[in-house]
Design a protein around this ligand. Structure first.
Ligand code: NBG
Length: 856
C-alpha cells in the first residue's frame, strides 16, 4: 500500500462553546447516556494488528490528523501521526478499563504526586501493545525509520529525579498488575530545565516539551474543577448546629489532562490525570468592557502561573507561595475529581476508605488531609469525629529523605492567608492529637512540644511530615536502612507513639522500561535463555544463575554489553560531540548533583589518578583504561553544586587533552541527563557509582537499574545499596566507606577534614592540584569555594571515605582484568536483582499499606 488515503470529510462539529458556557458535569457518574445507534453500542475496537492495518491507520492519521500527505510531511508530522496511531490500539483497552472500574467498584489507589518523570511514551506504548515489529515494518513500507521518529519525541520531564521517576515506575507496575489506580499530578507547562554548558558551567534553558504538540494527552476543559484560595472563614447556624464556611477571595480552574498508563500486554490501561490551571473567566468581559484589557490578561496570567513551571529543587523544598498554591491546587482538583467522578451519586461517604486510598508521595500533597476534612465537615456536613475517622483511613505517607532541611514546613502566616480554613483544621487536628500525647505522657510537656504539628521556633510553621504521620494509616521509608533511620532519628517520638504505623517498602523500578525497552540486546538473550515470563515476574531472573558458569552464555552476555556501548558511543558522538574509546571499563555516575551524593569524591579519585600519572608516580600503561561518564543537573540556586559541575567539566577538558595520560583515562559529561539518556547509558555501564555518605541516600533507584543491567556497584552501605549487596553477594559488589553508626560517631566527635588532608599524601596532592589552578588555566580563584568547602567543612565527609574509596577502586581495576570472573559477577547481578522490580514494591504496598488488590 503506497497511495495516501484521501481525507474523509470532517464529522459535523458540535456546538462551539461560548464564554457564557457553564462548566458541565457531563462526565459525572450517574444515569448514563443511553446510545441508540447500533454502532455506538459496540465497544470501540482496536485496528488490526497487521502491517497493512497499521499503515492504513498511520496514513489516515497523517492525512486527517496532521493534514499533510506523506510526501509533504515533516518528521514531526510523522511522529505525531505515529503516536496517534499507537494510541488507537490502546483506546479500546482504556475505555474497557474505565467501564470495568465503574462496575467493579474495587478499591482504587489514588497516587498523589507533584512529580512524574515519565520518559518518552512512544516506545513504552509500542511495548505495551506488542506493536514494535509491526510498526517498524509498516513505517519501512512507507519509507520511514522507526528510531528516527522515536527520537523526535521530547520526554515529559515533569519531575526532578528519583522521586518523580519512582512515581512513574509505580503507576506502570500497577497497570501491569491490573490494580485500579489513578495517578494525580500537575501538568507543568515547563518541566525540569534543559541543561546546557557554557564554558563548562551549567546554564538552564526552559523545557518546552509541548512546543511541537502533545499527542499523549487528552484535555477535558469541560470537566474543569474550581479551586479556591484566600479570603476568610465565618461561622453560621445550620438549623441549630454551628458550622464554618470558607469565603474565598479568588479562584482558578483546574483542567484535567488524561494520559494513558498501559499495562504490559495485559489489556489494561489506567489513567494518569494531570491538572492545568486556567483563569476562571478566560476573558473577563467586565474588565474588558471597562477598557482595562491589560488587567484582564494579567488575571489570566496570574492563574495560569500556578502550573507554569516545575520547581527544579531536589531534596530541599522551596518555601515559595507559588509552590504551596501548586500543592493545594492539584490535591483539591484530585480529591474533588475522585469524589465526584468515581463514586455513585448516592455513595455513603462513611465507606470511603473501602473505595480509595490516597498515597502521599512525600509531603508535597499533604494539604490533601485538611482538604478532605474540609469537604466532609463543611460541605458534606459530617461530624468532626466521623470525618476524622474516615480521613485517617484514607491516606498513607511515604517519606523520601533523611536530610533535615528537606522536611517541608509552611509558615502559619502564609498558610492562613492562602488557605485560612485549612489552617483552622490543622490546628484542631493538632489540638486533638496533642491531647492524646499528653494523656499518654502526662508529665512530659517537652515531648508534646516536640511532637506538635505546629512549630513555634524559629517561626510559627506547620510541619507537613508530622501532619502526614498523624493522619496516615501508615508511614513508610523507601529502603530498609532509611525506614529504620526514619523511625529512630527523624520521627522517633512518632514511631514510639504509633509503633504500628511505621513500616518499610523498598523502592523498585519497572523492568519494562529499564530492561526490556532500554536493553533489547540483554532482553533478547534473557528471553532466549529462560523464556518471556521474567518481564512481569522478575524473580525469574534467578533462572539465569547457573548460566554464569556457562562460557557461551558469558560470551553472549559480553557481546550484549559491547553492543550497548557501541550504541551509547554513537549517540554521544551525535548528541554531544563526545568521543569515547572502545575497550575501556565504563564507569558511570548519574544522578542529581548534590553534596551528599558526593560527585566530588568521584572527582578526587580521577584527579588522584591523573596526578599520579603526570607526577611520574605511576606509569600510565599500568593503569586500567577507564572512561568515566557523569550525568547530573544542579538546582539553579545551588552554588556548590554548580561549581562542582564546572570543576568536573574543567577536569574532563584537561585530562582528556593531556598526552601524558595516553588515552588511558577519558571523562565525559554529556549535558541534560534525563530518562531518555539514562535508557542508553545504564545498559552500557560496567561500573555503577553509588557513593553517598552512609545514612544520607534514602534509597536510590539508579543503583537498581544498573545492577539489573549487569553493572557492578561500587558503593557505600547506604540506602538500597545495603539490600542490593545482600542479594548480589559481597563478592559481586565493591563496598567501601564508613557505616552509618561510624558516620554518626565521627560527627559527634568533631570531624576535621583538614587533618585528613594533611595526613594523606595522595589526597593532599589531588586537592593541591585543583587549588593550583591546573584545571582553570592557572586561576586559583575559580575552584576556591569547592576546595575550601572540602577542607574546612566537608559536611558529607568525602575526605573521610577517600582512602577506602581508592582502595575499592583498586579492587575494581584488578577484578576487571579477569574478564571471565567479571562477567560472572555481572550475570549474578542480573540474576539476583529480581527483588528490585517495582512490581514487588507494589505487592508490598498492596498487602501492607493499601489493602487493595488486582481487579481482573
Ligand atoms: C529521593 C531520594 C532517593 C530515593 C527517591 C525515591 C527526594 C526527596 N528523595 O534516595 O533522595 O530513591 O527519593 O524514593 O527526591
Amino acid at each position: 500500500m503506497t497511495a495516501d488515503i484521501v481525507p474523509e470529510s470532517l464529522a459535523e462539529a458540535g456546538p462551539i462553546p461560548t464564554d457564557e458556557s457553564p462548566i458541565t458535569e457531563a462526565r459525572r457518574v450517574g444515569p448514563l447516556f443511553q446510545p441508540t445507534h447500533p454502532l455506538a453500542l459496540a465497544p470501540v475496537s482496536a485496528p488490526p494488528h497487521s502491517v497493512d492495518g497499521f499503515v492504513r491507520e498511520f496514513l489516515r492519521e497523517l492525512n486527517t490528523g496532521q493534514g499533510v500527505a506523506l510526501s509533504r510531511s515533516s518528521v514531526n508530522d510523522q511522529y505525531l501521526a505515529l503516536a496517534r496511531t499507537v494510541r488507537h490500539y490502546l483506546m479500546a483497552r482504556w475505555l474497557e478499563t474505565l467501564k470495568h472500574n465503574r462496575s467493579s467498584k474495587a478499591k482504587t489507589v489514588g497516587y498523589l504526586s507533584a512529580e512524574y518523570l515519565l520518559g518518552r511514551q512512544l516506545g513504552n506504548a509500542l511495548l505495551a501493545t506488542d506493536l514494535n515489529d509491526v510498526a517498524e515494518k509498516a513505517l519501512a513500507a512507507c519509507g520511514l525509520d522507526l528510531p528516527t521518529l522515536r527520537a523526535q519525541e521530547v520526554e515529559p520531564g515533569l519531575g526532578n529525579g528519583g522521586l518523580g521517576r519512582l512515581a512513574a515506575c509505580f503507576i506502570d507496575s500497577l497497570a501491569t498488575m491490573s490494580v485500579p489506580c489513578i495517578g494525580y499530578g500537575i501538568r507543568y507547562e515547563y518541566g525540569i530545565f534543559r541543561q546546557t554548558f557554557v564554558d563548562g558551567r551549567q546554564v538552564e534553558q526552559p523545557d518546552t516539551w509541548l512546543a511541537l504538540g502533545g499527542p499523549w494527552e487528552f484535555p477535558h476543559p469541560e470537566a474543569a474543577v474550581e479551586v479556591e484560595f484566600g479570603g476568610h472563614t465565618e461561622t453560621y447556624d445550620d438549623n441549630g448546629t454551628e458550622r464554618t464556611r470558607w469565603v474565598a477571595s479568588w479562584n482558578v480552574l483546574g483542567i484535567p489532562y488524561n494520559y494513558m498508563v498501559p499495562g504490559y500486554q495485559n489489556g489494561r490501561v489506567n489513567t494518569l490525570r494531570l491538572w492545568s490551571a486556567q483563569a476562571t473567566k478566560a476573558f473577563d468581559l467586565a474588565i474588558f468592557n471597562s477598557g482595562d484589557y491589560a488587567e484582564a490578561v494579567r488575571a489570566q496570567t496570574f492563574a495560569e502561573n500556578i502550573t507554569k513551571v516545575l520547581y527544579p529543587e531536589d531534596s530541599t523544598p522551596q518555601g515559595k507561595e507559588l509552590r504551596l498554591q501548586q500543592q493545594y491546587f492539584f490535591v483539591a482538583c484530585s480529591l474533588r475529581d475522585f469524589l465526584e467522578q468515581n463514586l455513585e451519586e448516592d455513595f455513603d461517604l462513611h465507606h470511603l476508605p473501602e473505595r480509595i486510598v490516597f498515597q502521599l508521595n512525600d509531603t508535597h500533597p499533604v494539604i490533601a488531609v485538611p482538604e478532605l476534612m474540609r469537604i466532609l465537615v463543611d460541605e458534606k456536613k459530617l461530624d468532626w469525629d466521623e470525618a476524622w475517622a474516615i480521613t485517617s483511613k484514607c491516606f498513607a505517607y511515604t517519606c523520601h529523605t533523611l536530610l533535615p532541611e528537606a522536611l517541608e514546613t509552611w509558615s502559619v502566616e502564609l498558610l492562613g492567608r492562602l488557605l485560612p480554613r485549612h489552617l483552622e483544621i490543622i490546628y484542631r487536628i493538632n489540638d486533638e492529637f496533642l491531647e492524646q500525647v499528653r494523656e499518654a505522657y502526662p508529665e512530659d510537656e517537652l515531648r508534646a512540644r516536640r511532637m506538635s504539628i505546629i512549630a513555634d521556633y524559629p517561626d510559627r510553621s506547620v510541619r507537613m511530615a508530622f501532619l502526614a504521620t498523624v493522619a496516615g494509616t501508615k508511614v513508610n521509608g523507601v529502603a530498609e536502612l532509611h525506614s529504620q533511620l526514619l523511625a529512630t532519628k527523624v520521627l522517633p517520638d512518632f514511631s514510639e507513639f504509633f509503633p504500628d504505623k511505621f513500616t518499610n517498602v523498598t523502592n523498585g523500578v519497572t523492568p519494562r522500561r529499564f530492561i526490556k525497552l532500554a536493553n533489547p540486546f540483554l532482553s533478547g538473550l534473557i528471553t532466549d535463555t529462560i523464556g518471556v515470563g521474567w518481564v512481569t515476574d522478575l524473580d525469574r531472573l534467578a533462572e539465569l544463575e547457573p548460566y554464569a558458569e556457562d562460557e557461551d552464555f558469558r560470551r553472549a552476555f559480553r557481546k550484549a554489553k559491547e553492543q550497548n556501548k557501541t550504541r551509547l558511543y554513537s549517540l554521544l558522538r551525535t548528541r554531544d560531540g563526545i568521543d569515547l574509546p572502545d575497550g575501556h571499563l565504563l564507569d558511570v555516575m548519574v544522578k542529581r548533583l548534590h553534596e551528599y551524593k558526593r560527585q566530588t569524591l568521584k572527582l578526587l579519585h580521577i584527579v588522584t589518578l591523573y596526578d599520579q600519572i603526570i607526577s611520574g608516580r605511576v606509569d600510565p600503561t599500568t593503569i586500567l583504561p577507564r572512561s568515566v561518564v557523569f550525568g547530573a543537573k544542579a538546582a539553579p540556586g545551588y552554588r556548590m553544586a554548580k561549581d562542582t559541575i564546572a570543576l568536573i567539566n574543567a577536569v574532563a577538558a584537561t585530562v582528556n587533552a593531556d598526552k601524558r595520560v595516553g588515552g588511558r583515562l577519558s571523562i565525559a559529561f554529556p549535558a541534560n541527563y534525563n530518562v531518555t539518556l539514562a535508557e542508553k547509558l545504564i545498559p552500557a555501564a560496567d561500573l555503577s557509582e553509588q557513593i553517598s555518605l552512609a545514612g544520607m541516600e534514602a534509597s536510590g533507584t539508579g543503583n537498581m537499574k544498573f545492577a539489573m543491567n549487569g553493572a557492578l556497584t561500587i558503593g557505600t552501605d547506604d540506602g538500597a545499596n545495603v539490600e542490593i549487596r545482600r542479594f548480589v553477594g559481597d563478592d559481586n559488589f565493591f563496598l567501601f566507606g564508613m557505616l552509618e553508626p561510624e558516620v554518626a560517631e565521627l560527627q559527634a566527635s568533631g570531624y576535621q577534614p583538614s587533618k585528613l588532608y594533611e595526613e594523606d599524601a595522595d589526597l593532599k596532592a589531588a586537592i593541591d592540584l585543583i587549588a593550583s589552578g591546573a584545571f582553570s588555566g592557572g586561576d586559583r580563584g575559580t575552584f576556591e569555594p569547592v576546595v575550601s568547602n572540602l577542607l574546612y567543612q566537608d559536611r558529607f565527609m568525602a575526605l573521610a571515605d577517600y582512602r577506602s574509596y581508592l582502595e575499592a577502586q583498586e579492587k575494581v581495576e584488578k577484578a576487571y582484568v579477569n574478564k571471565e570472573a567479571w562477567t560472572k559477577s555481572a550475570i549474578l547481578n542480573v540474576a539476583r536483582s529480581g527483588y528490585f522490580s517495582s512490581d514487588r514494591s507494589m505487592r508490598d504496598y498492596l498487602g501492607r499499606i493499601w489493602g487493595a488488590s488486582p481487579d481482573h
